[in-house]
Design a protein around this ligand. Structure first.
Ligand code: IMP
Ligand code: MG
Length: 182
């Protein structure tokens, strides 16, 4: 079922893009694909906070196998615009060397965040790195990033829901909503 209600957050109006059911079905598919790909490898999921926490929590529960989960907090966004610089607000406490890493991101927009973070991880000699993003905006790509699994490719419009926020609001929406034109 497609949600038909628009959502207002602060000064902006958003219209439904993906229903909760559609999101859940896709995340289960990604979990199954990761289960196959990492069978017996005991991967370490690294969730990029804050936006990816909802996606990561569903994704790890659809991963059937032993795994660990860690978190980093990176921040580059203010309002609906990227600020152009990335801050590490909280670092990873797990040992990375020799591990199979699955990096979990909410959305790849310009690619700056993931480009920066994957390079950082690379320097710590993991066994492998796999990048998974819930959403990707191909038209906004400005940095080279190899993303192995993508939930949905979307238009270059600001979205909220399923962990993604506008000024801190909207993360708890179970579906995804897109900024209305005008
Ligand atoms: P990038 O570094 O330009 O790829 O931007 C990635 C980060 O910006 C994501 O992890 C999000 O936190 C944030 N972001 C990018 N696009 C959106 C959006 O449409 N809605 C909410 N947050 C976004
Ligand atoms: Mg984010």
């Amino acid at each position: 079922m497609q949600p038909d209600e628009t959502v207002t957050i602060l000064d902006l109006t958003f219209t439904p893009l993906f229903s909760e059911q559609k999101v859940q079905a896709r995340v289960r598919e990604l979990g199954t694909a990761l289960t196959d790909r990492f069978a017996g490898q005991k991967p370490l999921f690294i969730s990029i906070l804050s936006g990816a926490f909802v996606f990561a929590s569903d994704l790890i529960r659809s991963f059937k196998g032993d795994c660990e989960v860690g978190f980093v907090k990176l921040s580059s966004y203010k309002g609906t615009q990227s600020t152009g610089s990335i801050q590490t607000v909280m670092g990873l406490e797990k040992e990375i060397a020799g591990r199979h890493l699955i990096v979990v991101e909410d959305i790849v927009d310009t690619g700056r965040t993931l480009h920066y973070f994957l390079n950082l991880l690379e320097q710590q000699r993991p066994a492998s790195i796999c990048a998974v993003t819930f959403l990707r905006k191909p038209e906004a790509a400005a940095f080279p990033v190899q993303v192995d699994f993508v939930g949905f490719d979307i238009e270059d419009k600001f979205v909220v829901g399923y962990g993604l926020d506008y000024e801190g609001w909207g993360r708890n929406l179970p579906g995804v909503y897109q900024l209305s034109a005008g």
